[in-house]
Design a protein around this ligand. Sequence first.
Ligand code: BTN
Length: 317
Amino acid sequence: MVNDSNQTRKTILDGLRNSSTPLSGARLAEILDMSRVAVWKHIQVLREMGYDIDPTPSGYILQSDGDHLYRWEFEKGKEDYKAFRELDSTMEEARREAAKGCRSFTTIVAESQSEGRGRGTRKWDSREGGLYFTWVIRPELPLPFHYIYTLAAATALSVTAEELYGIHLRTKWPNDLLWENRKAAGILAEMETRGDRIEWLNLGMGINVNNRLDSPEAVSLEEIRGSRLDRKEVLLSLEKNYRKILIEENPLSVRRHWEKRCGSIGKKMKLKSARGETFSGRFTGLDPSGSLILEKGSGKADTALFGDIYIKEGEIL
Ligand code: BTN
């Protein structure tokens, strides 16, 4: 259920969107059965949240309608959903929610992040226009299968981009989505365990949707498509596809779906680990533990690699 403030904000926005002329505070106060001062306070909050509402002598005007992700912008089914204009990181807020005992699939979204985190010690550029969120998941699978949740999320985004926009995003081990070798999205997973059980697994996704990017190695879906995208549509479809994969697929078949969407299966590679070791061989897929298999050929044992491995540019054999 949306709470009263959410309902009030939705009513104000609906009124402004459906009105071709300025909507007076007095009229809104009448519709909402509250004082004009109370209306004004709600308008102030909406402005702080990024809505472009201007007070004019004859009433309020919504100057331009942004693509906002607040809960009242969705039709229904967003009970376990918290959206913020800015957060340090959705991973931090998700941690707090998980500790409070929130339900599985609680979603924490931020329009921008001041301390967006990437894997390792990297930062994640999180300016407005992108999609930055964390799902708090209460996994049913035991600890050794934790990687399935990340593979399923990458697969779900690849499916979503294809279904909605005909964009072919390729999965890249372990947690990236690429378009023509440029990064369109990244995934970060954090979890808390008790014995063999995962208490919570927080899965953060940063998707370059309509955001401007500084690095030529990154790409936004807007750039690929040639026009802006509706982030609500992306988020809803992604969540639907993710749940579908997790519910309908045998956990081990998830890696097969991921492999089918991977751009580097079958390629010879030279990889360098974060610790500086190099490995080479043909990338044949993932083993049941989620490790990357590098086939050496000529009777040598294959290598199974897990963790953060970087494919060095120009070093594909
Ligand atoms: C990576 O490719 O290094 C992972 C990037 C993950 C970024 C997302 S944005 C939403 C969530 N909050 C964060 O601070 N990071 C993740």
